[in-house]
Design a protein around this ligand. Structure first.
Ligand SMILES: [Zn+2]
Length: 258
């Protein structure tokens, strides 16, 4: 009789374990949650928080774009953006709202191909343009086969409602750790300013591991988005998800003549 009871209990236990609902949580970014934008895990502590970072290096980003040289030979960026490229998903990784692309869009820089991987937001902006901090900065992250980056930076100011932002924000809100599939074509060039003049310099990722292998291209002209569109992003991201200005350390900053 006892033996029968034990067998039944074991069976019940096994069955109840099998009934446990499976975890649906989306793992967005493995180690990336060790750091934050404030307190003991804030930017001053990034270098000590994770083993191999460049966060204390001499070629860090963002910077104040102020002491620049106008270079007549700087040409417009060689962009190959298509309206057919598929926007794969949007994710809230706890640091920013990020939209990920399938392979398609790319740019050519110094005869090398850099594929557009994703874009995300900082609010307010990280780079300063002649000391001015815009309310929003968009980073379009491109990478080549050697894992080097070209990041295009687009500043946004408050103004008219942006149609492309309407589409992007139709997938919001999205909670921390959540990812939503989009899987529809999106033309990223709609989010670029009309004037393609830019500043350029060598720097780093502005988040850990702060890798110093980034060519920064910051457009001079800002795009317009409405106050409501800025506010929706702000509500979903950590407050002030920007890193402070880093020392220039003698690096050259170039500006196009247009
Ligand atoms: Zn960024």
């Amino acid at each position: 009789m006892n033996r029968l009871l034990i067998s039944i209990s074991v069976l019940v236990l096994v069955l109840s374990c099998q009934d446990q609902p499976k975890k649906e949580k989306v793992e967005t970014n493995d180690k990336s949650n060790h750091w934050s934008y404030e307190g003991e895990t804030g930017p001053e502590h990034w270098a000590e928080l994770e083993g191999e970072t460049h966060c204390n290096g001499n070629f860090q980003s963002p910077i104040n774009l102020v002491n620049y040289k106008v270079a007549e030979d700087l040409e417009p960026i060689d962009l190959h953006y298509s309206e057919k490229t598929i926007l794969h998903d949007v994710a809230n990784n706890g640091h920013s709202i990020q939209y990920d692309f399938e392979r398609g869009d790319f740019l050519i820089h110094k005869e090398d191909t850099f594929h557009l991987k994703q874009f995300h937001f900082h609010e307010p902006a990280e780079h300063l343009i002649e000391g001015v901090r815009y309310p929003l900065e968009i980073h379009l992250v491109h990478q080549n086969e050697s894992k080097e980056f070209v990041v295009l930076s687009v500043m946004a100011k408050e103004g008219n409602n942006s149609k492309p932002f309407e589409l992007l924000e139709s997938y919001l809100p999205i909670q921390k750790g959540e990812m939503k599939l989009i899987q529809r074509p999106f033309d990223i060039s709609q989010n670029l300013p009309q004037n393609r003049g830019y500043f350029s310099y060598q720097g780093s990722l502005t988040t850990p591991p702060c890798s110093e292998k980034v060519t920064w291209i910051v457009f001079k002209q800002a795009i317009e988005v409405s106050l409501e569109q800025v506010e929706l992003l702000k509500y979903l991201m950590p407050i002030n998800n920007y890193r402070d200005e880093q020392p220039q350390h003698g690096r050259a900053v170039y500006s196009t003549s247009f």
